[in-house]
Design a protein around this ligand. Structure first.
Ligand code: NAD
Length: 520
């Protein structure tokens, strides 16, 4: 492990802050080793600072993984997988149940860390950790339901079975905006399915990676299981690429931008590995002329401003029927004025900072681009002068054909557009490259069923009278087109983490062939 000066003045000072004392309760110190390899904490890569988006001050230091750390970790993980996959699935479920309980006991501290390091408001930070706890509960039940099937054979004295076996190691690469929930969608299911997990979190949220890993490691240790069943690395694209290239990892689950995901997919495909992709969204809410306007306005506010517009499911496009266009816009402007911008850890704050200085710069460039393409800023459009990465919640009137509308600007910027008919609204909804989430506000059954049917929304998530964001874990989560086609969390997503075997068993003494073939 690299030596760090635990008493380096800058960190000692910052860490001395009363606000950060809670970090000790979840195993985070002023200086931290960022790899959990073969049950041991180490790190021989770069030393990085985790930075608070609310003031751009360092919170703590982390030593990232080197490629040698990676290699050591994967070798140990491959060995541990052989042990883990032979443990009966319900017993694996019991371990995941204990992980859920350990998370429950630290819910508030972990939620606070998510809020501190990522910048989302505290209730959302706590909600994110709750999501993993829910995933643990879901997976415990699932561990007794990894059912195969029996298929009627066309041949006498034959039986066909479909059985499910673990894949081996599942690689999980996650994004900054959901620094731990996305781990939960993947890891809880992958573990009960009998796979080991190798996790690389986002380079700007290493403390959450470390705190989460400590909880999981504690449970493995308590049960005398090899720590390498869960291997984790703090690091950047180099470690991500090592995972993508590694033939020892049959499935790579990637969550992040479409651009990086495409690189990962191409690398994994070249070695015939499997990929689960959860990439960028560009989500629309349609408000029909018969909609409950107050319900729609509250939903748009949460969907467009929540997490400072940094959710994959953030509403970026608001499509309003022309007859209610002005009314909805006016109500939105009223509620936007009431949004309290401030420190995400403070009670009452609705809009925290963007995650990094770069995110704030992207907002500035995005606004310039919007203006150059004819967008009219109705409210917001500026950064807020402060030490943190704060920007104004922004509404823009713009043509659906403008190029910027087809892109995902990861900030609280909402494009508003008019339509005349349901057909036109659905065409507008489907006209972007991404296909993650979508929602319509109406009370009419004929509209609802068209919207969820074959000629309706082309997205993976198709909602009615609720926002585009805030999905429940029970459903399969993911999107189509440039969002990547992956499905994670609930429903039958578990099947992607397992290898399907079709077994035909002949219990007779004849050899009848399928399709009635007579071979001599
Ligand atoms: P990002 O693409 O910059 O990074 C995501 C992860 O990929 C990080 O861990 C990063 O280190 C790693 N990475 C980057 N380049 C890589 C490469 N060449 N090879 C391997 N790994 C690489 O994304 P971000 O800025 O952290 O997150 C925001 C994006 O994630 C948005 O586009 C958002 O829509 C998307 N997202 C999607 C979902 C979903 O479920 N669809 C969920 C959360 C976030």
């Amino acid at each position: 492990m690299s030596e760090l000066s635990a008493n380096s003045p800058a960190y000692a000072m910052t860490f001395g802050k009363k606000d950060y004392e809670f970090l000790k309760e979840i195993g985070v110190g002023p200086t931290n080793s960022g790899c959990y390899v073969n049950g041991v904490w180490q790190g021989n890569g770069s030393i990085v600072s985790s930075v608070n988006p609310a003031d751009n001050q360092p919170i703590a230091e982390v030593v990232e993984a080197s490629i040698q750390d990676y290699e050591e970790g994967i070798q140990a993980c491959a060995q541990a997988t052989k042990i883990w996959m032979q443990i009966p699935a319900p017993k694996r479920g019991e371990i995941v149940r204990q992980i859920g309980d350990a998370l429950r006991s630290k819910l508030h501290q972990l939620g606070r860390l998510v809020s501190l390091e990522m910048g989302k408001i505290l209730p959302e930070g706590i909600g994110e950790v709750q999501e993993i706890i829910d995933m643990c509960d879901f997976s415990v039940g699932l561990s007794r339901q990894l059912n195969g099937s029996i298929i009627p054979s066309e041949r006498p004295n034959h039986m066909m079975l479909e059985t499910w076996n673990p894949l081996g190691i599942v690689g999980v690469i996650t994004a900054f905006n959901f620094p731990c929930a996305v781990l939960g969608w993947n890891a809880c299911i992958a573990l009960v399915c009998g796979n080991s997990v190798v996790w690389k979190g986002a380079p700007t949220t290493p403390l959450i990676t470390i705190a989460m890993t400590k909880i999981i490691a504690g449970v493995l240790e308590k049960n005398n299981l090899p720590g390498a069943i869960f291997t984790s690395f703090c690091g950047g694209a180099d470690i991500g690429q090592a995972i993508a290239k590694d033939t020892r990892i049959p499935l790579v689950s990637f969550t992040g931008s479409t651009k990086a995901g495409l690189t990962v997919q191409q690398t994994v495909n070249q070695r015939f590995g499997k990929c689960l992709l959860e990439m960028s969204g560009n989500n629309a809410i349609i408000v029909m002329d018969d909609a409950d306007i107050e319900l729609a306005v509250r939903s748009v506010l949460f969907a467009a401003v929540g997490t400072a517009g940094q959710r994959c499911t953030t509403c970026r496009r608001l499509l309003l029927h022309e007859s209610i266009y002005q009314k909805v816009l006016e109500r939105l402007l009223e509620v936007y004025k009431q949004v309290k911008v401030g420190n995400p850890l403070e009670k009452g704050t609705l809009l925290g900072p963007l995650h990094t200085r770069t995110s704030r710069d992207n907002f500035i460039h995005g606004i310039q681009k919007i203006k150059s393409q004819g967008g009219k800023i109705i409210t917001g459009g500026n950064i807020i002068d402060s030490l943190g990465n704060y920007v104004q919640p922004t509404i823009v009137e713009i043509s659906a054909n403008a190029d910027v509308v087809k892109e995902e600007l990861f900030a609280p910027v909402l494009y508003v557009m008019k339509f005349l008919s349901l057909k036109e609204a659905i065409e507008m909804n489907n006209s972007v490259p991404q296909g993650l989430s979508s929602s319509i506000f109406t009370r009419k059954p004929e509209i609802i069923f068209k919207w969820i049917g074959p000629m309706g929304s082309d997205c993976g998530i198709v909602n009615v009278n609720i926002p585009t964001n805030g999905a429940e874990i029970g459903g399969a989560f993911g999107g189509e087109k440039a969002t990547g086609g992956g499905r994670e969390a609930g429903s039958d997503s578990w099947k992607q983490y397992m290898r399907r075997s079709t077994c035909t068993i002949n219990y007779g003494s004849e050899l009848p062939l399928a399709q009635g073939i007579n071979f001599g």
